[in-house]
Write a protein that binds this ligand. Sequence first.
Ligand code: ARG
Length: 458
Amino acid sequence: MKLWGGRFTKETNQLVFNFNSSISFDQKFFRQDIGGSIAHAKMLAKQGIITDEEKELIVSGLQSILEDIENGNLEITDEYEDIHSFVESKLIERIGDAGKKLHTGRSRNDQVALDMKLYIREEIDAVDNLLKSMLTTLFNIMKENTETFMPGFTHLQKAQPVTLAHHMGAYFEMFKRDRQRLSDIKTRMNICPLGSGALAGTTYPLDREYTAMLLGFDGPTLNSMDSVSDRDYLIELLSALSIIMMHLSRLSEEIIIWNSNEYGFIELDDAYSTGSSIMPQKKNPDIAELVRGKTGRVYGALVSLLTTMKGLPLAYNKDMQEDKELTFDAIDTVKSCLALSNEMLFTMKFNKNILESSAKKGFTNATDAADYLVNKGIPFRDSHGIIGRLVLTCIEKGISLDELSLEEYKSVCPAFEEDIYDAISLTTCVNKRNTVGAPGKEAMEKVLKIYEEYLLNT
Ligand code: ARG
């Protein structure tokens, strides 16, 4: 079962074996391990290090192992230390001596570095697809809501009116950046460590360019010590995943607030909410809360791996085995959170009337009222003070700015005229804001065109 019994005179203590072994989690990449071995065998034959017949035996043996695992005819069991030992032992069992040549010029150190990169490359694509679905959902909400007015907040206080399209557009930008980050990481990590050996390369005439090419890498890594001990790309990935979770968590927080009785901006679909065992009236946003909560877990993975790596001398150290469980867990967490958030967003209802009436309250048009006076020739600092006083009057009377009479306006400043009401109407306040990136309908339509192109081409 073991790949390294030769120099030992005693059996490994069972607790040591259990503590050391990684098969319970590295079996996740049996496909990648077998794929890497097939490429390695092909290269060994091309270089004349093994014969073509041996290569044929190895390749078909590995393929049969792959098929049998996939069909459920071969179970990965825990008497093996890791997935590498399992596959190699099964190969030798099936094809005999030729199987013993597979590991020529290779170490588990470059093998595991390869497997993990192959695995992560695919997972990055899976996360990217989920991000794209999220963007599509956001885009559709935006398209339908370029004139759905709602309050924009700063300090969680009503600030200026925006539209639902504009608010959702902010998240579109966030998740778009998340995709760019993943793509950057993929480009940087896509160089092949196979052929680096344990740490110092090998004396066999390996063709590393060839295996890199067979496995879809841009080329071989250039330093064998770094190749077997680099986990930067995982730290970068965990950082990108943490940022995705931070974005999902902010969105969740808004959903939780918007779904509260006090706000009533949205209603979550029954299928994406939960009830209370004691309070019959409750409909709770548990999914959003769980997404917010699981963010800590992904941040934890990032800090954990950074800490694991910080004191490691070159080159490979067993500490690095710790990279797997936490990375797998972070990826699984992000994938499920993205999928669920997308569904929750897709199925929830926006209460447009409440959004709009909320936008009208809270003096969200006060800046526009001040700008109105500026257009009448009054310096902004003075107009700011004048509107401030009017706001105070309104608060005392319990009314909004558009409910003040023209006389009341004029008594504070004679520059006010009948057109003040149009200038501070919700429609004007939003649709006059047409600088690039602003909520005005004209500006928003331009951005939506750009997003449409983006979704078609990426
Ligand atoms: N399970 C190990 C890991 O994940 C594989 C590499 C083992 N290498 C070694 N020299 N023990 O890192």
